[in-house]
Ligand binder design. Structure first.
Ligand code: PMP
Length: 406
């Protein structure tokens, strides 16, 4: 076990010291968005106080400082997932990243009769964009099924990986079930069958060391706000050959080389795909976030979260009338559950009155809710700054709600 003082790490997050409804905040919604350490808040503050200017356009000092800070953040983020910065397009989040793949890569290539495979556990961000383009080009969407424990049905998927399938949309880690999918194994199979893989890494990058090249995928998307960075930040990595062959999606400033009435020529990737003024301060904050996470070490973070997951799973399973949804062998620290006799929204609202923040709802995963035959679940999601005492507070909170609901 690492010798990290996790209480000291927790103290880096100012918001975790506040109260909600007169009770200490118990924040168990990190899969929704992660809290921000002081270094991130300070980096954003410092950018606006001391360096604010637009990127790339200005020759003045502030302009070059802002450009350096923005490109520095790209480099830090690229190093964090072990890729070349020129292959990492900065986006507003996973949603924009996957839409970019759908419209700039898939739509021009797919033809009527082709099939896109989408797993049953995808977030709507890796589902709806495929449906939108499928309608336009006469492509069929087919589901990749899961087991009741919430794992990909691998034998069934293997049988599906053949013509006319052209693309597979797969999450690395499920935001509802916590399942960690065997992405490298699946991508190797897809590659053999000539199928493009689009991986949603939103819930993976914050919780384990990620080395994108070793996964063997075509595209990997992730979002900054779950990574202790500001909202409105994220990234899309693609194989260089894809960036080079893709037409631009958004047109505007920054992404061009020369614009004429007759013809416009475009900047090189990644700038070709970054039209307009980006969220400069946000990326400066995200750069600070990944440096902070690197300072702790992603392996240590993964180990700590596994410890918390084991503790929370054991404690939750002992709660009478509780049904855990998502019991895969390899999980991240996400616990979705139902309590007999309590609607998820009522449960979450009554927990909130005790200062405990959990998410309730469909978690942007309607097809997954349909598989389990439930409209909603409650979800407690942990991060490295969570504590066993917070898990205990959740268990006590649930017991309190059960007494209230009789
Ligand atoms: N995919 C997954 C698995 C997610 O959990 C989320 C965020 N809930 C997203 C995609 C969307 O991320 P964003 O809203 O930051 O684009």
């Amino acid at each position: 076990m690492s010798a990290i003082d996790w209480q000291a790490v927790r103290a880096d997050f100012p918001i975790l010291g506040r109260e909600v409804h007169g009770k200490p905040l118990v924040y168990l919604d990190s899969a929704n968005t992660a809290q921000k350490p002081k270094v991130v808040i300070d980096a954003v503050d410092d950018f606006y106080r001391n360096h604010n200017a637009n990127v790339s356009r200005a020759v003045h000092q502030l302009g070059s400082e802002a450009t350096e800070a923005y490109e520095g953040a790209r480099k830090a983020l690229a190093a964090f997932v072990n890729v070349h910065p020129n292959d990492l397009v900065l986006t507003s989040g996973t949603t924009q990243a996957i839409n970019l793949v759908a419209y700039a890569f898939a739509l021009p290539r797919l033809q009527a009769g082709d099939v896109i495979l989408v797993t049953r556990m995808e977030h709507h961000a890796n589902f709806v964009p495929w449906q939108l383009i499928a309608e336009r080009c006469g492509v069929r969407i087919a589901p990749v099924e899961i087991t009741p424990a919430g794992e990909i049905d691998l034998p069934a998927l293997k049988a599906q990986l053949k013509a006319p399938v052209k693309l597979l949309a797969l999450t690395h880690v499920s935001n509802v079930l916590g399942t960690v999918n065997p992405v490298a194994e699946i991508c190797a199979l897809a590659r053999k069958a000539g199928i493009t893989t689009v991986i949603d890494g939103s819930q993976a990058v914050p919780h384990m060391p990620i080395d994108i090249p070793s996964l063997g995928c075509d595209f990997y998307a992730f979002t900054g706000h779950k990574l202790c960075g500001p909202t409105g930040t994220g990234a899309l990595w693609a194989k260089r050959e894809h960036w080079q062959s893709m037409p631009p999606f958004f047109g505007g400033g920054e992404m061009i080389r020369e614009v004429r009435f007759e013809k416009t020529t475009f900047n090189d990737p990644p700038h070709k795909f970054e039209a307009g003024t980006p969220n400069i301060a946000g990326f400066v904050g995200l750069g600070a976030a990944v440096s902070y996470l690197d300072g702790i070490g992603m392996a240590a973070i993964a180990e700590r979260e596994q410890q918390l997951l084991a503790y929370a799973s054991e404690r939750l399973q002992s709660v009478p009338g509780l049904r855990l949804i998502g019991t895969a062998a390899h999980k991240a620290a996400v616990l979705s559950f139902l309590i007999e006799g309590a609607h998820s929204h009522d449960l979450a609202t009554l927990l909130d009155l005790q200062g405990i923040a959990v998410r309730s709802g469909h978690h942007c995963a309607h097809p997954l809710m349909a598989f389990y035959g439930v409209p909603a679940t409650c979800r407690a999601s942990l991060a490295f700054y969570s504590t066993e005492a917070e898990v205990d507070a959740l268990i006590d909170g649930i017991a309190h709600v059960r007494r209230m609901l009789g």
